[in-house]
Design a protein around this ligand. Structure first.
Ligand SMILES: Cc1cc2nc3c(=O)[nH]c(=O)nc-3n(C[C@H](O)[C@H](O)[C@H](O)COP(=O)(O)OP(=O)(O)OC[C@H]3O[C@@H](n4cnc5c(N)ncnc54)[C@H](O)[C@@H]3O)c2cc1C
Length: 547
């Protein structure tokens, strides 16, 4: 089957859409007023500067405008605005797609010798500037992982699979299913993000409450560095010094190019299902989530939307029409005026699932919850990978939308929730505009949970990035000030890099920089990503210590 073409200036496949429903349009117009529409320029109108000369490279390098345009940006709000308006600040000079891990090593060595910057690129779905080519630096080559794809081998007895880094989610799960196994890592970007990207950014999937983050799913790694291929074989556990795999997870391309991961799998479930429940308020909902997690009940997906996100979700008909009607009736009741939608999903055998469901029901009933039914859950499951298409439609209609995420211990969650919302409202008011902020709790742990905020504002033409920047920095300051982590799963990239020291300290940044210097001595890989200051480069001589 021919590969479907991806949109160059927005999310997903050409031809796919999630039009803004009338109810959502009215909701945003009423709450925010109309903004300035941001139409996307046609591809033909984007004029690229010519590629800069490159030193000899060991593999073919694409320098055509289409390849360079499609590899210039990721999926952050500034990236989208730049693409839609044809104002991309910098393009790569070439795109190379190695066929083997050894070719990746050769490319890194040639880049080191020739003073070239290399940007590793999986699916290009980074929302933190991780793959955005930056102006003013050395000639830049995007190293696309698109040809390093597929499952190499499955160890069915150990529930392990060796997988090439460029493999996307659907291809991976399709290859594992005939073995009766799955990874179960399903970020919302599942269809367009890669194994290497997940590992490089410490990603979390929508089932992470049950299956864990990618951090927990990596048993072994192979990483290409200028010195050669560095293999850390899969081990169930080890005490052979500090855990080096963990140092590479989240390294965002600064310590080398991940070429392969050995992943921990689990059997395909006999069944899976879930439930949508309406709870009377946010605090009650958070308590249900905490109690569920701490009871040890194996919930795979848990997602509690606050009142604002619940109301906006209803306008998107995220529930079945029947459940949406029931929801509207319930919202009319005083008890559910600030109703919060809780989605619970479980997978496994029938007996285990029945027990899980019974324990969960005891908790949400005691908190005054009302079951909206399985159809609501199934509707969300069916639509969840379509929601990102809405972002482009909202920009075209005049509303900016972005998301940010954090995590904190249960005891500190409320402070983060309150302070981020207040900070966004204050920053919007300072710009003379309003903002709608929704939040959901997901990716929960025994000791805490992630909060994921979505905020909308009316776009002002020509000031989109300034508006976004003011909102984003206010929210980031607020979440750090309230004790949240800089990022639960989007990573650091260039957008969060200036804040990293606030979380890990000066020593932490220095240790990471030292490691980057050791593994990437010529500072070839992703300058500015993860660490905002580039470590001093060593002498510019070709590398080659190990191999
Ligand atoms: C609509 C949308 C929904 C999203 N939903 C989620 C979600 O649910 N959960 C979540 O965790 N994230 C989510 N993200 C963020 C993003 O999808 C993740 O960060 C993902 O892990 C990136 O994978 P990728 O293959 O697209 O990586 P890329 O965007 O290509 O790269 C990300 C970073 O990793 C580096 N990198 C990529 N591949 C390699 C490699 N092989 N070796 C070394 N470095 C590499 C890049 O240089 C870059 O710095 C979402 C993004 C969007 C736009």
């Amino acid at each position: 089957m021919p590969e479907r073409e991806r949109r160059w200036s927005g999310w997903g496949f050409e031809g796919e859409r999630f039009p803004v429903p009338e109810a959502a349009r009215s909701f945003l117009t009423e709450r925010l007023g109309a903004g300035d529409p941001l139409p996307a320029v046609p591809e033909g109108e984007v004029k690229l500067p010519p590629s800069r000369p490159l030193p000899p490279l060991p593999l073919p390098a694409a320098t055509d405008d289409g390849s360079r345009l499609r590899s210039a940006c990721g999926s952050s709000l500034p990236d989208l605005v730049a693409l839609r308006t044809g104002t991309v600040a910098a393009y790569p000079d070439a795109v190379c797609a190695p066929d083997t891990p050894d070719q990746v090593v050769e490319l890194l060595r040639a880049a080191a010798a020739g003073g070239v910057t290399v940007v590793p690129r999986g699916g290009g779905t980074s929302v933190v500037g991780g793959v955005t080519v930056r102006p003013g630096g050395a000639p830049t080559v995007v190293l696309s992982l698109e040809r390093l794809r597929g499952v190499i081998s499955v160890d069915a007895a150990s529930h392990l699979a060796r997988v090439r880094a460029g493999t996307f989610g659907p291809e991976l799960e399709a290859a594992l299913a005939p073995h009766g196994l799955r990874l179960g890592h399903e970020p919302q970007s599942f269809e367009f993000s890669s194994v290497g990207g997940w590992v490089a950014t410490r990603s979390a999937g929508q089932r992470s409450t049950g299956v864990g983050k990618i951090d927990d799913l990596v048993a072994g790694l192979e990483v290409a560095t200028e010195a050669g291929l560095w293999r850390l074989a899969a081990q169930p556990a080890s005490a052979a010094g500090p855990e080096l795999r963990r140092l590479l997870i989240g390294s965002e391309g600064r310590f080398g190019v991940i070429t392969e991961a050995t992943l921990r799998l689990r059997p395909l479930p006999e069944r899976e299902d879930g439930l949508a429940v309406l709870l009377p308020g946010w605090a009650a909902g958070v308590e249900v989530c905490r109690a569920l997690l701490q009871s040890g009940v194996p919930v795979e997906t848990m997602r509690l939307a606050d009142p604002e996100e619940t109301r906006f979700g209803m306008t998107l008909a995220a529930l079945s029409p029947l459940a949406a009607r029931a929801g509207r009736v319930l919202f009319g009741l005083r008890r559910y005026r600030n109703g919060c939608l809780l989605l619970l999903g479980w997978a496994g055998d029938t007996q285990g699932m029945t027990l899980t469901e019974q324990i969960a029901a005891r908790l949400w009933r005691a908190a005054g919850g009302f079951a909206l039914g399985r159809a609501g859950w199934r509707r969300w499951r069916a639509d969840r990978f379509r929601h990102p298409y809405l972002r482009d439609e909202l920009l075209a209609a005049g509303w900016g939308v972005d998301t940010l995420e954090t995590a904190a211990p249960w005891s500190g969650l409320e402070a983060v929730y309150v302070r981020v919302r207040e900070a966004l409202a204050r920053a919007a008011a300072a710009l003379g505009m309003r903002v709608v902020v929704g939040c959901h709790l997901s990716h929960a742990y025994r000791d805490g949970a992630s909060l994921y905020f979505t905020f909308f504002w009316p776009l002002a033409r020509g000031r989109e990035i300034a508006q976004w920047g003011a909102l984003k920095s206010a929210a980031t300051e607020a979440l750090l000030g309230a004790g949240g982590t800089l990022s639960h799963h989007h990573g650091v990239g260039t957008i969060h890099a200036p804040y990293l020291e606030r979380e890990v300290g000066r020593t932490g940044v220095a240790a990471l920089a030292a490691l980057a210097r050791e593994l990437d001595p010529h500072g070839v890989l992703n300058p500015g990503v993860l660490l905002s200051r580039t470590p001093d480069p060593g002498p510019r001589t070709p590398g080659g210590r190990e191999g």
